[in-house]
Design a protein around this ligand. Structure first.
Ligand code: COA
Length: 257
């Protein structure tokens, strides 16, 4: 439903706000498509100078909607989640994220493709892909070991350990950490608005230069992760984990070799 993503314009600042509070802003196919369409349109609209992505002051997102994972798994590169992530990956203008509350799964992964990221101190970030019988996505298996080192990245990607806003800032995933949700949103907005005063093509050129090294390698990894993720979604391990979430029980992986 389109009301689950609020698209707001304030001069050259476009805000995409996740708005599905009853499901902790879990992302559905509709929501991905709406965000992908909004980013594609904003990239071609010279009056948009910067995009802010937020889930509000309480919750960023609980990640992909688990029911969608079971009913309509993203098994091809045309899937809505790929539409959104491709639009974010290719976006030529600055993207700022304001993160408070849980940022699970793709809610953490997408931050790796934003330019500025502000987080509340007690934000809980987590990529529980293995815990769901899945694997990392959208370049995180390449980006995180490079950013954090293998040992720390393994805690996040092989154990699915959570980390807080302060750690995200200390490790270079976030640009800054704020006391709470409202101050995080205010800071992210303030920093996003700074782009409105600056020369747009100098920013676009600089962003492209910063993102070009290793880009082809990253594209290949994203494709490989995507193919494996799609296969894993149909695996007995993932079906056990996803059904366990829906049934509010712990998954039982003991029967798997
Ligand atoms: N997909 C679908 N529904 C989700 C969801 C998701 N990713 N995350 C939360 N929800 C739903 C819950 O089922 C619950 O729905 P209900 O009220 O109809 O029963 C509602 O949102 C509230 O979630 P709840 O778990 O009760 O809130 P909480 O505050 O105790 O915990 C989280 C919040 C984010 C820590 C927890 O919901 C969670 O771990 N979610 C799953 C995260 C996940 O595995 N995402 C996929 C990553 S690939």
């Amino acid at each position: 439903m389109s009301e689950h993503i609020l698209v707001e314009r304030d001069g050259g600042l476009l805000t995409l706000r996740l708005n599905r509070p009853d499901k902790m802003n879990a992302l559905t196919r509709d929501m991905y498509n709406r965000m992908g369409d909004a980013l594609d349109a904003a990239d071609g609209d010279s009056s948009v100078r910067v995009v802010l992505i937020t889930g509000g002051a309480e919750c960023f997102t609980s990640g992909n909607d688990v029911a969608d994972f079971l009913q309509a798994p993203p098994t091809s590169l045309d899937s809505p989640v790929f539409h959104f992530m491709r639009a974010l990956f290719e976006f030529s203008k600055p993207v700022v994220a304001a993160v408070a509350g849980p940022a699970v799964g793709i809610g953490t992964t997408l931050l790796l493709h934003c330019d500025l990221v502000y987080v509340a101190r007690d934000t809980k970030l987590k990529m529980p892909f293995v815990n769901l019988g899945l694997c990392p996505e959208f370049g995180s298996s390449l980006i995180l070991p490079r950013l954090l080192g293998q040992a720390r990245a393994a805690e996040l990607l092989l154990l699915g350990e959570s980390f807080n806003g302060q750690q995200a800032a200390d490790w270079g995933i976030a640009s800054g950490v704020l006391e709470d949700g409202p101050s995080t949103l205010a800071k992210a907005r303030e920093m996003a608005r700074r782009f409105l005063e600056l020369a747009p093509s100098a920013i676009a050129d600089s962003k492209r230069l910063m993102r070009t090294p290793g880009r082809e390698e990253l594209r290949k990894v994203i494709e490989e992760e995507g193919a494996l993720f799609g296969q894993r979604l149909k695996s007995p391990e993932a079906l056990e984990a996803l059904s366990a979430f829906m049934q509010r029980r712990k998954p039982d992986f003991s029967r798997f070799a």
